[in-house]
Design a protein around this ligand. Structure first.
Ligand SMILES: *[C@@H]1O[C@H](CO)[C@@H](O)[C@H](O)[C@H]1NC(C)=O
Ligand SMILES: *[C@@H]1O[C@H](CO)[C@@H](O)[C@H](O)[C@H]1NC(C)=O
Ligand SMILES: *[C@@H]1O[C@H](CO)[C@@H](O)[C@H](O)[C@H]1NC(C)=O
Ligand SMILES: *[C@@H]1O[C@H](CO)[C@@H](O)[C@H](O)[C@H]1NC(C)=O
Ligand SMILES: *[C@@H]1O[C@H](CO)[C@@H](O)[C@H](O)[C@H]1NC(C)=O
Ligand SMILES: *[C@@H]1O[C@H](CO)[C@@H](O)[C@H](O)[C@H]1NC(C)=O
Ligand SMILES: *[C@@H]1O[C@H](CO)[C@@H](O)[C@H](O)[C@H]1NC(C)=O
Length: 925
């Protein structure tokens, strides 16, 4: 079973770091301690700026961060007992299904974002207590974050939700979603920058939502936050302290080793701990949460330990999650912080229920200092293309549009897209684009803004039945095909650029019902709809043809005048009979423009040079140019492009277009921002892929190959599978490049053929003996790729002795253990049973007889078994305790009572359900 061999990452960096680094770390820590720089703290519904009396943090009103909503104060009755200044006011959103706050952020930076909710019966409706459901949704950007469930809640409760996320833009939006079960509101929003190294499992595609964050020991605040925690995390104080629980504390320094900056837990938290009377062996921690079904979320626990019990004691324990072993025989280091987490492994488990069991040889029972659990949020939805967003915002401002629905992202998620817009979501791995804007009858006044003309994917613009004045700006239209301006007050002249497009049939223009039409009798001014254009052309062809041809000739002449250097290019473009290929054909001049005169080289390969380019619509592309004219004569090239243009798979790079003429032979692909696998495996010292990411990339590329082999007829043999040809998109999805290109240049060009047939280290020995090309040739190369993924080593190891990677692996395994071959940068954070399986699979793939190698279909299914690590969804009976993120005055009072009584255990087993964590103890006697 997978669970038993899973390992947790223990962060214990070694001491061999330079003094300089230590000094730098200390400076950061000292600096971080006192600074609120980068904090954004918003007291929603409040109108002024003030410094909070407890934390000293400066809070601002929400002016300028949000458009809709109404501000309220909590009920007068509850005002006196308000737990904080921020809980006294709030903003509520009775209108609109989505209302968003927009907070400034730094692109690529990691943040903690907290939303605080204090109902306080602000509307006098006793809404939390009226028996009906009271809940609303929260989005972080365009992705679902959490549901705020206030049903049956105490109106004085302060609840909060936190998310750790990476900003993907220079603004971050937080949206409240009306689910039809009560009016959404929010009391405060707090954005706190984190160090990039912190919470390493958080990245642009994975955010985490706070589930619990607890500190143990005596403590005297219910919540520990800023300034003790420079990142202003909320640490709840664990509330059960009675026998046999024992609190420990120390005044000695607890060392946080330099380099251990994943969590930066404040030292004061490590200086306190909870343990048991030594006659007990087992500590049970139930971290359930009120109103949250822990079965529906995937959780990642993080344990923080430091031995603070005087002399070096013998303390060792096993850690279980609902009966599944997470870590065996952990022993906290004396006065040194250890954080235990399972690098990016989110577990499905019925209960957020953990057991720390003393091991046989241990003298002392378990101890714990602090604990965090997060649930997984996949950031899978894309925001609309950012330039579309900014043009739409200009439009909104220009026409002073106050539409409730024009809030947050214009396109995403789909069900909240802006009214009147149509977005194109067809490219699932790209940002949606706005293709249609309908602002008919919207009371628009003033001139026609050029923002519309600038939108490169906008095709259909309807501004009819408004009060637009002036003329159509003389500004080049990028992509608009239908422009409906009928029934406005336009009286200015119609620019030639527009008329020419109209006459060339490129633009469907409608202007009827405008003053300008009083002088013009053209079809665009008649109220006949233009949809019958094909009929019109059919009937009037003999008449119109001549003039149309004339116009077109003029246009072409203008277009090509003064570009004699490109005439050849153009001629070439036209003269060949184009094949039936759906993708775009580029001219040399276009490629020159797209690549900014072949300015930036992103790669060089056997076939030529790859340049970075930007298309007219802003899409980034990689342009692979093959300059040799001899190649241009290749008769295989076009049929090959035709084949490739039909190959569509999420793990194969998309061919956007090609160029073929005497000046160039080139292929235009999607650009992959994360480079290739070879670079990621071998070049970065500071960043390394974790085990799960590596398995995902292996599976991605296996699926791409499987598609080429099994779903294409005839099968396509890649012939040059290697880590350098596995590209990574921004979400680290593996994408195979250069597929089939090798076939384009076959043996007629011998100097290329040798390259095309493969790369040193990846060559199938049987192919070289027989020259029988089969799909198993690729399987061999894929085996080498797998070995590189496991070991981080190149296919051929140079050293005192030169090894071929499979032989090196065989030898290492024969001499020692399988662990010795693993990439050191994985820091032992991998699951050894899955390692075993992947090594076996890789060795099967590199079998010398092609017949014995698995097919890619088999490879895919064997890799799939290892991913995702969905653990058993066992259910455990639990003394279900509930916990909210709550800190109401009433609870605190109750607790003080409870603690001061602290006589019978029964008081917390039975009597207490008011929102506190529960700890169960099991006697080991
Ligand atoms: C409030 O805090 C800010 C820094 O956070 C400080 O610059 C300012 O002087 C403080 N104002 C008052 C009135 O204390
Ligand atoms: C809300 O509850 C209070 C006290 O429980 C009661 O006095 C008041 O009438 C209630 N208000 C409404 C609108 O039900
Ligand atoms: C992404 O958008 C789709 C469609 O709008 C929605 O159903 C889905 O819940 C969204 N995913 C997340 C993680 O928010
Ligand atoms: C909200 O909380 C109430 C009360 O705890 C619970 O009965 C209900 O199932 C929860 N609703 C959702 C959608 O979680
Ligand atoms: C922990 O120890 C207790 C008492 O020795 C035992 O009953 C329990 O099964 C152990 N838990 C696990 C998960 O092994
Ligand atoms: C924009 O609209 C709002 C409300 O509809 C109005 O108060 C404001 O004066 C308008 N501003 C301009 C510049 O037209
Ligand atoms: C345009 O403005 C005039 C007055 O300026 C008004 O009477 C008319 O209703 C407006 N038309 C539209 C379509 O808004």
């Amino acid at each position: 079973m997978v669970i038993s061999s899973r390992r947790l990452a223990s962060i214990r960096p070694t001491w061999n770091l330079s003094l300089l680094l230590i000094l730098v770390m200390m400076m950061i820590r000292v600096h971080g301690q006192s600074s609120t720089s980068g904090f954004i703290s918003i007291d929603c519904g409040n109108s002024g700026t003030y410094n909070d009396s407890i934390t000293g943090i400066q809070y601002h009103s929400d002016d300028g961060f949000v458009e809709g909503g109404l501000s309220y104060k909590i009920s007068a009755k509850l005002m006196a007992d308000a737990p904080s200044e921020q809980s006294k006011t709030l903003r509520s959103f009775p209108d609109g299904s989505r209302n968003c706050y927009t907070l400034p952020s730094i692109i690529g930076k990691k943040y903690l974002l907290r939303a605080v909710f204090n109902y306080g019966n602000y509307d006098g409706l006793n809404r939390t207590l009226d028996g009906s459901p009271f809940l609303f949704g929260l989005h972080i950007g365009v992705n679902f974050w959490d549901t705020m469930n206030l049903t049956d809640g105490n109106p004085t409760l302060t609840e909060w939700k936190e998310v750790l996320t990476v900003a993907t833009d220079n603004a971050m939006s937080v949206c409240l979603i009306n689910l039809g079960s009560g009016t959404p509101f929010v009391s405060a929003l707090e954005l706190r920058p984190l160090l990039d190294a912190m919470y390493p499992f958080v990245n642009t595609s994975v955010s985490v939502s706070h589930f619990r964050r607890v500190r143990f020991g005596k403590g005297n605040e219910y919540i520990t936050r800023y300034p003790m925690d420079p990142y202003d995390r909320f640490w709840e104080q664990w509330q059960y302290n009675s026998y046999p629980l024992i609190n420990l504390n120390t005044s000695s320094q607890v060392e946080i080793l330099p380099g251990n900056d994943y969590f930066n837990v404040p030292m004061a938290i490590f200086q306190e701990a909870m343990t048991l009377d030594p006659s007990y062996t087992s500590m049970w921690l139930t971290m359930e949460k009120n109103n949250v079904d822990s079965k529906s979320v995937r959780l990642l626990p993080i344990f923080h330990f430091a031995e603070i019990n005087g002399s070096n004691p013998n303390r060792r324990f096993d850690i279980y999650n609902a009966g599944d072993l997470l870590h065996r025989g952990f022993s906290p280091s004396l006065l040194q912080a250890n954080s235990l987490y399972d690098s990016g492994q989110f577990l499905y488990n019925g209960d957020a229920f953990y057991t720390l069991n003393k091991t046989r040889g241990s003298d002392l029972p378990p101890l714990i200092n602090a604990f965090e659990i997060y649930s997984l949020i996949r950031m899978e939805n894309f925001t609309a293309a950012s330039e579309d967003v900014s043009y739409m915002k200009q439009v909104k401002k220009h026409y002073n549009l106050t539409r409730i629905k024009w809030n947050g992202d214009p396109c995403s998620p789909r069900e909240y897209s802006w009214e009147g817009l149509t977005c194109d979501y067809s490219k699932s791995n790209q940002n949606p684009r706005i293709v249609e804007v309908n602002l008919s009858t919207s009371g628009l006044k003033g001139g026609l803004t050029i923002s519309f003309m600038n939108m490169v994917s906008l095709e259909n613009l309807d501004l009819s039945h408004n009060n637009l004045t002036g003329g159509i700006p003389d500004y080049p239209i990028k992509s608009i095909k239908v422009l409906n301006l009928s029934y406005n007050q336009l009286d200015g002249p119609i620019p030639n650029s527009i008329l020419q497009r109209y006459q060339a049939g490129l633009l469907d223009l409608r202007l009827e019902g405008n003053p300008v039409c009083s002088k013009i009798k053209d079809t665009y001014c008649s109220n006949k709809k233009n949809t019958k254009s094909t009929m019109v052309i059919a009937v009037i062809v003999p008449v119109v043809m001549v003039s149309l041809l004339a116009v077109m000739c003029t246009l072409w002449a203008l277009r090509w005048k003064g570009r004699s250097g490109d005439n050849e290019d153009y001629a070439m473009y036209e003269e060949e009979t184009p094949l039936h290929i759906d993708i775009r054909r580029f001219t040399y001049a276009e490629l020159k423009h797209i690549t900014n005169n072949f300015h930036s080289i992103v790669g060089k390969g056997g076939f030529g040079t790859v340049y970075h380019g930007t298309m007219e619509n802003g899409d980034e592309v990689a342009v692979k140019v093959l300059m040799e004219t001899s190649i241009a004569e290749s008769t295989d090239f076009l049929p090959e492009v035709q084949t490739l243009s039909k190959v569509h798979h999420k793990n194969l790079v998309t061919l956007q277009g090609y160029c073929q003429n005497t000046k160039c032979l080139a292929l235009v692909y999607d650009f992959m921002p994360r480079g290739n696998l070879q670079q990621l495996l071998r070049e970065g010292d500071d960043y390394s892929l974790n085990w799960e990411q590596r398995l995902h990339i292996a599976l991605d590329s296996a699926q791409g190959l499987e598609y080429l082999h099994e779903s294409c007829t005839p099968s396509i043999v890649h012939r040059d599978i290697k880590t350098a040809n596995i590209l990574l998109d921004k979400n680290l999805v593996g994408i195979i490049a250069d597929f089939g290109l090798s076939r384009a240049f076959n043996d007629a060009h011998t100097h290329i053929s040798t390259v095309a047939a493969g790369t040193l280290g990846y060559l199938d020995p049987e192919y070289h003996a027989t020259f029988q090309l089969t799909i198993k040739t690729d399987v061999y190369s894929f085996g080498i790729v797998l070995l590189e993924i496991i070991t981080g080593q190149p296919p051929v190891l140079m050293g005192p002795q030169t090894y071929h990677l499979p032989n090196w692996v065989r030898q290492k395994i024969a001499k020692g253990s399988i662990q010795d071959i693993v990439d050191k940068r994985l820091l032992d954070q991998y699951d050894s049973s899955s390692l075993q399986s992947v090594v076996e699979l890789a060795m099967n793939c590199v079998g010398s007889a092609a017949m014995d190698r698995p097919t890619m279909t088999e490879v895919v299914s064997r890799l799939k078994v290892l991913l995702p690590t969905v653990l058993s969804e066992k259910q455990y009976a639990s003394a279900s305790s509930r916990c909210t993120n709550s800190m109401d005055a009433e609870t605190r009072r109750q607790f003080r009572l409870l603690i001061s009584e602290r006589n019978e255990e029964s008081s917390f087993h039975s009597g207490y359900t008011g929102g506190m964590p529960e700890l169960n103890l099991l006697s080991g006697r």
